[in-house]
Design a protein around this ligand. Structure first.
Ligand code: PEP
Length: 250
């Protein structure tokens, strides 16, 4: 039985003040969420403050990115050991914005997956096709290529140490959600591809859906058999909306 997971990716949003208010709101009603794991991923500079505010709650901390290097002359990067100091349990790797805006290749994303895993941080591996790829009918090829880069570096069983997030790029921040059937089809493909090499890993790995998830559409998405929760962008900045998505995952 896979425990559902909902992770909020705050991206480059917020200030000390708005984040304090957001966390207050989440803390007020998070007790109504039972059975799902809840994670928030703030911008790096807010990690220490968020860690303090989350103390004593069941909400975990995650990072939006992680360096593939341990330390050294990598200006602007943040290492796994730094994230561990602030008890980051999760690290998003290969978010589509990192892939498209910052040129992260499949092999670099795989190296980030490996760095997180080696440090005992759970990597949340984002996979997903752009609209043009969906329209060309190559969604499965794209997702398979992105997944296989990690498998080639780390081996199939390494996927059981992480979480996968299927995020069709055309649905991210656009208000266009994949239908539950569209999402389930790709989730089932991902799980099936993993099962071809290791059925235990396929059974264990959680596959989240991401792309314009809201309180209103989360119940239908999360009711699909291969959708184990969500990676939430915009709606994670609203405490009530985020908590209602978390509730839908229980
Ligand atoms: C995301 O950025 O991972 C995401 C899913 O964003 P949104 O929920 O805003 O589409």
């Amino acid at each position: 039985m896979r425990q559902p997971l909902v992770a909020g990716n705050w991206k480059m949003n917020g200030s000390t003040e708005t984040i304090k208010n957001l966390l207050e709101g989440i803390k007020q009603s998070i007790d109504t969420v039972s059975g799902a794991e809840v994670v928030v991923c703030p911008p790096y500079v807010y990690l220490p403050g968020v860690q303090q505010q989350l103390a004593g709650t069941a909400v975990s901390l995650g990072s939006q990115n992680i360096s593939e290097h341990e330390a050294g002359a990598y200006t602007g990067e943040i290492s796994a050991s730094m994230l561990l100091e602030f008890r980051c349990r999760y690290a998003i790797v290969g978010h589509s914005e990192r892939r498209t805006l910052f040129g992260e290749s499949d092999s670099r994303v795989a190296a980030k997956y490996a760095a997180a895993r080696a440090a005992g941080i759970v990597p949340v591996l984002c996979l997903g096709e752009i609209l043009e790829e969906r329209e060309r009918g190559v969604t499965e090829d794209v997702v398979a290529r992105q997944l296989d880069a990690v498998v080639a570096l780390e081996g199939i069983e390494a996927l059981a140490d992480g979480v996968i997030a299927y995020e069709p790029v055309w649905a991210i921040g656009t208000g266009k959600t994949a239908s539950p059937d569209q999402a389930q089809e790709v989730h089932a493909f991902i799980r099936g591809r993993i099962a071809q090499q290791c059925s235990a890993t396929a059974e264990k790995v959680r596959i989240l859906y991401g792309g314009s998830v809201k309180g209103a559409n989360a119940p239908d998405l999360f009711s699909m058999p291969d959708i184990d929760g969500g990676l939430i962008g915009g709606a994670s900045l609203d405490a009530d909306e985020f908590v209602s998505i978390c509730r839908a995952a229980c």
